[in-house]
Design a protein around this ligand. Structure first.
Ligand code: FEH
Ligand code: ZN
Ligand code: ZN
Length: 348
């Protein structure tokens, strides 16, 4: 007779054991869903620069309480729980808010009004995430059906697709607009595809890496520029002043470049968490009438639109796949800037 103890199934998970410690693989109990929870068998989990920020955080810098499983870019299929049939293939909307405020009520957990009270930001961000064989999702409202979309596409799209999609959705771009994408990494290359899919803008891409600019070209950029001392001059001349600049790096130099190429009345969209600074004064580095926004992730309704766009072939994430057991190598490659597109873990 199988004892009750041995009947508990185990799943392999990449955990943050404590602040400042390296992530470690561990066999943890497969959680049982109760109430509104849904248990998902993870098929793929993307790795994001924000995961590095979590790993590098000093104790107390983030409101999370380790140990917890990492991973906020998740796709797989439902095992059990309320609201979905077992076997249905889903993407997980990674920001998990309070569930009761006006923002969470419409799936905008990314802007939850009570976020400061929660002690977490979502899957793999203070709550157990999806770099594991299974993930327990608090409510079916965080799940988006993906149909036959490959999970190694759906997982990274939950952030590398959703974040640029949400950033672009806020822009009002005329058919003759010029948009500059600064930084062609996991988010930037999808941003280029989204701009080409949903706008008529001319898309200019800037990066410091030749291989990233090749990816930008393959993603549909009309013009790619290797970042140099004259890049601002060249971009100002070729765009006549950019209607929008999406900065996916967010460093001092990229913010200076972004402000410098912006057209009067243009939109500076800061997405990257590079910690760069830009002084907003009048007069100052920004042109008259400029708007600055700091979009964060996106809503679950927008995620459904991203998945629909991917299912029609409108966008496709450049991925490099790693078994979960090789997560350490994947993180090292990302930290060294040697991942083209998005690294995706396969829990197996
Ligand atoms: C997640 C958590 C905290 C900061 C930034 C992020 C992004 O990766 C979400 O797009
Ligand atoms: Zn992320
Ligand atoms: Zn909320």
């Amino acid at each position: 007779m199988v004892s009750a103890v041995s009947a508990v199934r185990k799943t392999r998970a990449l955990r943050l054991p404590a602040w400042g410690e390296p992530p470690a693989l561990a066999d943890v109990d497969v959680p049982e869903p109760t109430g509104s929870e849904v248990l998902v068998r993870v098929e793929a989990a993307g790795i994001c620069h924000s995961d590095l920020h979590v790993l590098d955080a000093a104790p107390g810098a983030l409101p999370y309480r380790p140990p917890f499983t990492l991973g906020h870019e998740i796709a797989g299929h439902v095992v059990a729980g309320s609201g979905f049939e077992a076997g249905e293939r889903v993407a997980v909307h990674g920001p998990w808010g309070c569930g009761t405020c006006r923002r969470c009520a419409v799936g905008e957990d990314n802007y939850c009004d009570r976020r400061a009270e929660l002690g977490w930001a979502g899957a793999g961000l203070g709550r157990d995430g999806g770099m594991a064989g299974h993930v327990l999702v608090p409510h079916a409202r965080h799940l988006v059906p993906i149909g036959d979309l490959d999970a190694t596409q759906a997982a990274p799209l939950t952030d590398a697709g959703l974040t640029p999609y949400h950033a672009v959705a806020r822009l009002r771009l005329g058919d003759d607009a010029s948009v500059v994408v600064v930084g062609v990494g996991g988010l930037g290359h999808v941003a280029i595809q989204i701009l080409r899919a949903v706008t008529k803008a001319r898309v200019f891409a800037v990066d410091v890496r030749e291989d990233a600019l090749s990816l930008a070209g393959r993603s549909g950029a009309h013009r790619t520029l290797l970042a140099r001392a004259d890049t601002e001059t060249v971009l100002r001349r070729e765009t006549g002043g950019a209607d929008a600049v999406l900065d996916f790096v967010g460093s001092d130099p990229t913010l200076r470049l972004s402000a410098g190429v912006l057209r009067p009345g243009g939109d500076l969209v800061l997405v990257g968490s590079g910690g760069g600074k830009l002084t907003i004064t009048k007069p100052g580095p920004l042109p008259q009438g400029a708007s600055v926004s700091l979009p964060f992730w996106g809503g679950s309704r927008e995620l459904a639109e991203v998945i629909a766009l991917a299912r029609t072939g409108g966008i496709r994430v450049e991925t490099e796949l790693f078994p979960l057991a090789d997560a350490g190598e994947a993180f090292d490659r990302l930290r060294a800037g040697r991942v083209l597109g998005r690294a995706v873990l396969l829990p197996g």
